[in-house]
Design a protein around this ligand. Structure first.
Ligand code: NAI
Length: 710
C-alpha cells in the first residue's frame, strides 16, 4: 500500500555490524515507506555486505511499526528518482552472501517485493504480507509477479495479487512465502537468531529468481487460461488484473531478467491507465473525508451505549451495525408487536450468518446479550447516542424527538436517519438543538459503508466529532453533508433519476438505460435499483413533494402508472422488470413498454433513438452538474466528498474515481458543452451550475477545489 511518510530522516536505512551479520535497519517513520532515501539505503547496504570480507550475511529489518508498508505517496506523480525499486530488489537478490528479511507488521506492495528478493524470510506473528497494488489499478512492478509464484506456487500467488488480500504470518508460512514464523515481538532478535543459524549451517545464497515459475509449463498455461477467463468475468473492464495474469504468463516462457523487463512494461501501462488515476483518487478521497473540520477542533463525547428508535428496515440494520462494533444497543418501538418485529429483523441477520457457518450460535447469543428492547422511551435514559429511524414523516419525527428531549441524559447525542426531512426543523422543535445531528445510513445499514453525517446549523462541534467517531467504530466511511433536500447523495440522485426518466419518455427503454449504466461500470442500472429498493418509496416521496413541484418543470408520470398497479419491484414480483417466481434478476416486461408508449402519447412525445453514449452523457452530466451545485452551496465540503458519497452509497464504479473525478477526466468543458446542448430542449432542467461555468472559464478542474491549502 502507499504509505505516508514525513520528514527526511537523515539516514533512512542504518547499517551496523552484529558479528558477521550486517544489520540494515529501515528507519523511515511512520511506516518505512519506500522513499528514494530508503531505496538508496537498501542498495548501499547490499553493496556494503558484498564489499566487506568480514560480513557473512545481510539482515533487513524495519524499525517501528513494521517492515515496509509500501511505496511513498509523496513520490506519486513525480518523476522517479534512482535507484528504482526493481533495481534495488535485483541488487538484493544478487548479493553473494545470504540476505535475510525479518518481517513484523506490514510488508506490503513494494515492501513485500523487497522481502521476496531476500534469500530467506522470517516473520513475527503480527506480520501482514500482501501485494495490494491491484486495488490502486496497479500491479507489482518490482519482481512481485515473478517471485511470488516461484515462492508460493502459481495459484496462491495470483490469488494474492488479484485480491490484494493480506496474509498473516501463519498463512505466509504455509504457502512458502516465508520460511519460518518466530515467537516474540522483536524482529531484530528473531532475524539475528535466524541469520546465525543459517550461517552455522552454511546455508547457501538462495535466489528466488533462479527457481522455475512452474514445473509443468503446459498445465500452468491451462491454469492461467482459466484464471484469466475468470478474472475477466469478475473484474468487468478492469485493466490491471489482466495485466497481472499476463505478466505471470510471460514468465513461463521468458528468462527471468526478461520477464522482469516485461513486468515493468506492463506496470508502466497500468500507471498510465485512467483507471489507476481513478482508483488512487478514491483511495485518498476516502481517507480525506474522515477529516472534517470538527474532528480537528473538538473532542468526541463519550460513546459507550446507543439507542435506536424504530426497528424497521433501517432501525434494525443500524442496530446490527452498532452491535457489530461491540456496543450495547437499546431499541425502542411503538408497541410490543412492532418491537417483536424489530427484534426479529435484528436476529434474522445473525441467523443468516449462523446458517452459512460464518458465526457460531454462541457468538450470536453473546452479541444479542448486548441487545435490549423496550416500548418505553425511559429505556433510553442512559444512552450516549440515540439514532431515530421511524417513519419519514415530520409530525412523527417531532413526536419522537420530544420524547427524546424528555428522557435523554444531558449531553446525549440525538441523531435522525431521515432521508430528506429538514433536520434544522427537527432540532428547532426541542430544547437542545445543539445535540441534534443527521446520521444518514444506507440500506442495508449493516453492510453499506457510507454514512452521511448531516450537520444542522445549531449543532455543537463535539457532536459532529462524536458522529465521526461513531463512523470509525462502525467501520463506515463518513461524509460530512449540509442540510438540504436529500443532502449530498439523494439530492444528486433525484436529478440524474429525473434525467433518466426524461430519456425514458423521450424514447429510451428502462432496459437500455440500465444496460448503458451497467456498461459504464455500475453493478445495476437505476430501474433495477428502483425495483430492488421498492417503487413505493419513491412514489411516496413524489406524492409528498407534488404540492411544491415547480409547475413549469417537466414531470414524467411513467413511474406513477407502474406504482398505481401495485408493481413495486422485486417484493411484488414485478416493477420495471418481471420477477417470475421470486427471481432476483428481472426480465423485461412488454406491459411496462406498453405503459411507456401510452405515456409518450399522452405527453405528445415523438420517441427518438438513444445510443448508450447519449444515455450516459445525459445521465452523468445531470449528476456532475448537481454535484457542482452541492459543492457550491457547501452542502459537500469538496468535490471529493461527492465522489466518496457516490462510490460508497450509490455504486459508482470505483475505477472511475467518482462523478467529479470522472468529469475532470473527460474535461469540464465537455460536460458544460453537453449541458448547454441539452438545455436547448429543456432550459429549466439543464441549467449549468455556476461553479461549473466558473471553473471552465478559469481553466480549472474540480480537483483544484480538493486541496484548498495547496
Ligand atoms: P420502516 O417503515 O421499515 O420502519 C419504521 C419503523 O419505525 C417501524 O418499525 C415503526 O413501527 C417504527 N415507528 C414508527 N413510529 C414510531 C414511534 N413513534 N416510536 C417508535 N417507533 C416508531 O422504515 P425505514 O425504511 O426503516 O425508514 C426509517 C427512516 O430511515 C426514515 O426516516 C427513512 O427515510 C430513513 N431511511 C430509509 C432508507 C431506506 O432505504 N429504507 C435509507 C436511509 C434512510
Amino acid at each position: 500500500m502507499p504509505a505516508s511518510s514525513s520528514g527526511t530522516a537523515a539516514v533512512a536505512v542504518r547499517t551496523r555490524r552484529e558479528g558477521a551479520v550486517l544489520v540494515a535497519t529501515i528507519a523511515h517513520p511512520p511506516v518505512n515507506a519506500l522513499s528514494v532515501e530508503v531505496r538508496r539505503g537498501l542498495l548501499q547496504a547490499a553493496e556494503a555486505a558484498d564489499a566487506d570480507p568480514e560480513i557473512a550475511a545481510l539482515l533487513l529489518v524495519g524499525e517501528g511499526r513494521g517492515f515496509i508498508a509500501g511505496a511513498d505517496i509523496r513520490e506519486f506523480g513525480k518523476p522517479p528518482l534512482p535507484p528504482s525499486l526493481p533495481e534495488v530488489c535485483n541488487r538484493i537478490e544478487a548479493c553473494r552472501k545470504p540476505v535475510i528479511a525479518a518481517i513484523h507488521g506490514p510488508a506490503l506492495g513494494g515492501g513485500l517485493e523487497v522481502a521476496m528478493a531476500a534469500h530467506y524470510r522470517v516473520a513475527l506473528a503480527d506480520a501482514k504480507l500482501g501485494l495490494p497494488e491491484v486495488q490502486l489499478g496497479l500491479m507489482p512492478g518490482s519482481g512481485g509477479t515473478q517471485r511470488a509464484p516461484r515462492l508460493m506456487g502459481l495459484q496462491p500467488a495470483l490469488e494474492l495479487m488479484l485480491s490484494g488480500r493480506h496474509l498473516d504470518a501463519q498463512e505466509a508460512l504455509e504457502c512458502g512465502l516465508v520460511d519460518r514464523v518466530a515467537e516474540g515481538n522483536d524482529a531484530l532478535a528473531a532475524g539475528l537468531a535466524y541469520a546465525l543459524q543459517l550461517l552455522a549451517t552454511r546455508a547457501p545464497v538462495r535466489r528466488t529468481g533462479e527457481g522455475v515459475l512452474a514445473a509443468d509449463i503446459e498445465s500452468a498455461r491451462a491454469t492461467l487460461k482459466g484464471i484469466a477467463a475468470d478474472t475477466a468475468k469478475k473484474t468487468r473492464g478492469l485493466f490491471s488484473p489482466l495485466k497481472i495474469v499476463e505478466a505471470v504468463e510471460a514468465g513461463l516462457d521468458l528468462p527471468f531478467a526478461e520477464a522482469l523487463r516485461n513486468e515493468r512494461q506492463l506496470f508502466l501501462q497500468c500507471i498510465d491507465s485512467p483507471q489507476r488515476a481513478g482508483l488512487v483518487h478514491a483511495f485518498f478521497a476516502e481517507r480525506e473525508v474522515a477529516k472534517a473540520p470538527e474532528t480537528r477542533s473538538a473532542k468526541p463525547r463519550p460513546l459507550a451505549s446507543v439507542g435506536v428508535v424504530g426497528g424497521g428496515t433501517m432501525g434494525a440494520g443500524i442496530a446490527v451495525a452498532v452491535l457489530d462494533a461491540g456496543l450495547p444497543v437499546t431499541m425502542v418501538e411503538r408497541d410490543e408487536a412492532s418491537l417483536a418485529r424489530g427484534r426479529a429483523n435484528v436476529e434474522k441477520v445473525y441467523d443468516g450468518l449462523v446458517k452459512r457457518g460464518r458465526m457460531t450460535p454462541e457468538a450470536k447469543a453473546a452479541v444479542l446479550a448486548r441487545f435490549a428492547g423496550s416500548t418505553s422511551y425511559d429505556a433510553l435514559a442512559g444512552a450516549d447516542l440515540v439514532i431515530e429511524a421511524v417513519f419519514e414523516d415530520m409530525a412523527v419525527k417531532h413526536a419522537v424527538f420530544a420524547e427524546l428531549d424528555r428522557v435523554a441524559k444531558p449531553g446525549a447525542v440525538l441523531a435522525t436517519n431521515t432521508s430528506y426531512l429538514d433536520i434544522d426543523a427537527i432540532a428547532a422543535g426541542i430544547s437542545r438543538p445543539q445535540d441534534v445531528i443527521g446520521l444518514h445510513f444506507f440500506s442495508p445499514a449493516n453492510i453499506m459503508k457510507l454514512l452521511e453525517i448531516v450537520v444542522p446549523a445549531k449543532v455543537s462541534a463535539d457532536v459532529v466529532a462524536t458522529a465521526f467517531e461513531l463512523a470509525k467504530k462502525l467501520k463506515k466511511v463518513p461524509v460530512r453533508a449540509g442540510v438540504c433536500d436529500g443532502f449530498i447523495g439523494n439530492r444528486i440522485l433525484a436529478r440524474y433519476r429525473q434525467a433518466a426518466d426524461y430519456m425514458m419518455e423521450d424514447g429510451a427503454s428502462p432496459y437500455q438505460i440500465d444496460e448503458a449504466v451497467r456498461a459504464f461500470g455500475y453493478p445495476m442500472g437505476p430501474y433495477q435499483v428502483s425495483d430492488l429498493a421498492g417503487g413505493d418509496i419513491g412514489w411516496a416521496t413524489r406524492k409528498r413533494k407534488a404540492p411544491t413541484r415547480d409547475p413549469r418543470a417537466r414531470y414524467v408520470q411513467i413511474a406513477d402508472r407502474i406504482c398505481e398497479r401495485g408493481w413495486f419491484g422485486q417484493k411484488t414480483g414485478r416493477g420495471y422488470y418481471l420477477y417470475p417466481e421470486g427471481a432476483r434478476t428481472g426480465v423485461p416486461d412488454p406491459e411496462v413498454l406498453a405503459i411507456i408508449d401510452a405515456e409518450r402519447q399522452r405527453a405528445g412525445v415523438q420517441p427518438r433513438r438513444f445510443g448508450a453514449d447519449d444515455i450516459l452523457r445525459r445521465y452523468l452530466a445531470a449528476m456532475v452538474n448537481e454535484g457542482a451545485n452541492v459543492v457550491r452551496e457547501r452542502i459537500a465540503l469538496r468535490p471529493l466528498d461527492v465522489d466518496v458519497t457516490f462510490l460508497y452509497g450509490y455504486g459508482f464504479p470505483r475505477f472511475r474515481g467518482g462523478p467529479m473525478k470522472y468529469a475532470d477526466t473527460i474535461g469540464l468543458d465537455r460536460v458544460l458543452a453537453d449541458i448547454r446542448e441539452f438545455a436547448q430542449e429543456d432550459p429549466l432542467f439543464w441549467q449549468p451550475s455556476p461553479l461549473l461555468v466558473e471553473l471552465v472559464t478559469q481553466g480549472r478542474n474540480f480537483d483544484s477545489l480538493n486541496h484548498p491549502a495547496d
